[in-house]
Design a protein around this ligand. Structure first.
Ligand code: ADP
Length: 348
């Protein structure tokens, strides 16, 4: 259905002509549908905001499509109140495929409404460069935050067990919402969660929906193969048989919990994907992180039950993480103190 070639030469000129013909160019030409909560949506359902009300301030990072900027948004041109935002950009010279992916990402994010999922503000799709405007999550991603919070020779970790469990609660609330809405995320991992702020009072939100978006691609099943998949976060039925359900996300959440309690280690340290698939298929699992309280590791192992139906759902997981937060033995347990990592694990 979609043209897969990168734009160039006559192809590019044609696309420019089309862009001049219709207000949204290729977007209106293909206009894909997106279903969520029993309703069907398309491009016309996206809230378009005036570009003039946006001010881009500085680059935050490079995304899969283009640069992501920090900026400010005014509801009306004359407003004095400005809201901090993140602006995802799609470069002008993008393929039709990238245009459709960008549109689908906007559609997916626009329909969520939950405190632990990044809040969508609007799009500027009227012309190039196209923008997706989101709430600013200024604390960066969860994995980097955890790694920065590791104990050092000169200071212990600034975090407590309570901080770690609160992060886990936030993610499980977001996941419970997705589960209730029959949305399979496919890539729950610390790198895909962002923080409102690094300091106390931080809220963790699920902020990346790239893997869920990619299944809408016409060429999804031809693409990349296993090299592209987050194998270390996937259950056996997903990497062996391509079966994805909410219980896939539950397994991944267990691995995220392990990331949180290991303060951002790469799961299965020192092992490659092929090796991990074999290990996990044969019943091998991640070891408990250093100083991980037994009830917390217990939750992880429940998420990694070989039979998907036997894994708890997110409503139950939220309850169990909540019990850990109420358990003084868990909450008062110390975090690991600084250890010089073995040379083989320096970069994990
Ligand atoms: P990718 O395409 O690699 O999944 P993204 O496009 O989601 O990455 O994001 C690229 C960069 O922008 C990342 O460093 C991410 O942390 C940052 N970023 C994305 N969304 C937001 C947001 N809402 N608030 C703050 N930073 C964000």
């Amino acid at each position: 259905l979609l043209r897969r070639k990168m734009l160039g030469g006559p192809e590019l000129q044609l696309s420019r002509l089309r862009a001049q013909a219709g207000p949204n160019g290729v977007l209106t030409e293909y206009n894909p549908n997106y279903e969520f909560g029993g309703e069907t949506y398309n491009l016309t359902d996206l809230k378009e905001i005036p570009r003039e009300n946006l001010q881009l301030v500085k680059a935050l990072g490079q995304g899969a499509f283009g640069e992501v900027y920090q900026g400010f948004f005014k509801q009306r041109a004359g407003d004095s109140v400005e809201m901090p935002v993140a602006v995802k950009t799609l470069p002008e010279l993008s393929s039709n495929q990238a245009e459709m992916d960008f549109l689908m990402e906007a559609l997916i994010m626009s329909k969520f409404n939950h405190a632990n999922i990044v809040h969508f503000i609007g799009v500027c799709f009227d012309k190039h460069p196209r923008f997706i405007v989101l709430e600013l999550l200024a604390g960066g991603d969860l994995k980097t935050f955890l790694r920065e919070s590791r104990p050092k020779p000169e200071r212990s970790s600034p975090l407590t067990m309570k901080d770690l469990l609160t992060c886990a609660m936030d993610v499980s609330k977001g996941c419970r919402y997705l589960e209730e809405n029959h949305f399979i995320h496919r890539d729950i991992a610390a790198r895909n969660c962002l923080l409102t702020t690094k300091g106390p009072g931080r809220v963790v939100k699920i902020a990346d929906f790239g893997m869920a978006r990619d299944i809408y691609r016409a060429d999804y099943y031809k693409k990349g193969g296993k090299a592209m998949l987050p194998v270390k976060w996937m259950p056996p039925e997903a990497f062996l048989d391509g079966i994805f359900t909410s219980k896939t996300d539950v397994w991944s959440f267990g691995v995220l919990l392990w990331e949180v309690f290991s303060l951002g280690y790469m799961p299965y340290p020192g092992r490659g994907n092929q090796d991990v698939m074999q290990l996990v298929t044969n019943g091998g699992r991640l070891e408990p992180p250093t100083n991980c309280p037994a009830p917390v590791y217990g939750i992880m192992t429940q998420c990694w039950h070989p039979i998907p139906e036997e894994r708890p759902n997110f409503a139950t997981l939220l309850e169990r993480v909540g019990y850990c937060l109420q358990d003084p033995e868990v909450v008062n347990a110390p975090l690991p103190v600084f250890q010089r990592p073995p040379s083989s694990e320096r970069d994990v």
